[in-house]
Design a protein around this ligand. Structure first.
Ligand SMILES: *[C@@H]1O[C@H](CO)[C@@H](O)[C@H](O)[C@H]1NC(C)=O
Ligand SMILES: *[C@@H]1O[C@H](CO)[C@@H](O)[C@H](O)[C@H]1NC(C)=O
Ligand SMILES: *[C@@H]1O[C@H](CO)[C@@H](O)[C@H](O)[C@H]1NC(C)=O
Length: 200
């Protein structure tokens, strides 16, 4: 069946906007929730902790109005009491196309994951390093951290996927661990020869 060109164009535009979340042609949402929130005061980040999460989505009111919505949640401050470098590509780890995590450490300072790495990312619960709070730690770089994955309809794609839970009974700390997520049968989610980082 043939569609008029205008219909095809509008379908294409919808797909691009929904997939990206950063479409510059859309206005920013008015009255978005506060952009910055500190979740647990101004604690210093543990090593390789995620210091902030950023979500860029498109809000659709289903009345013809759509707008760009950005949410940033900061978790901790970087060494020297510096602010988490939100928006700085050098420090960005893509969780997927709409969700970016930031570390105080530059991305290329972090090892790339290998098959022997214990976990690409872990949520550390009840951490003595973080005054008993929880935080996410990125131990190594996956392919998706550099080349953000796009969610498909009905399937959320992320650079990491759930692996297992570990307990340390000495410290009463729980580690919920994630491995690099595969995109398909051809890859295991690891960076092969296409590592954008130069050896440091
Ligand atoms: C659609 O709804 C939103 C939220 O109520 C409102 O801000 C916006 O002006 C509406 N757009 C139109 C075209 O009515
Ligand atoms: C981004 O981070 C890098 C590495 O830490 C730093 O050299 C650079 O100045 C930062 N860029 C901005 C715009 O802050
Ligand atoms: C549990 O934590 C203690 C204290 O930090 C550490 O010495 C020990 O090696 C950890 N045990 C395991 C199994 O990781």
């Amino acid at each position: 069946m043939l569609f008029p060109v205008s219909v095809l164009l509008s379908i294409a535009v919808v797909v691009v906007v929904d997939g990206g979340g950063r479409d510059s042609a859309l206005p920013n949402c008015v009255g978005s929730p506060s952009t910055y929130q500190r979740r647990v005061g101004n604690l210093a980040c543990p090593t390789e902790a995620v210091c902030a999460d950023e979500w860029n989505t498109v809000r659709d009111w289903y009345n013809g109005t759509r707008c760009k919505e950005q949410r940033i949640i900061k978790h901790c401050s970087c060494p020297g009491n510096h602010d988490c470098p939100v928006g700085n590509e050098t420090h960005a780890f893509y969780a997927n196309k709409k969700h970016t995590q930031y570390l105080c450490e530059p991305r290329c300072r972090i090892d790339k994951c290998s098959t022997t790495y214990r976990a690409a990312m872990e949520m550390v619960q009840n951490s003595p390093e973080f005054q008993g709070h929880n935080f996410y730690r990125i131990n190594c770089r996956c392919r998706g951290h550099h080349f953000p994955m796009d969610s498909r309809r009905g399937r959320l794609m992320r650079s990491t996927s759930y692996m297992r839970v570990r307990f340390n009974f000495t410290q009463s700390v729980t580690y919920t661990q994630y491995r690099c997520a595969s995109e398909g049968p051809a890859t295991n989610g690891l960076l092969a020869e296409n590592d954008p980082c130069q050896p440091m």
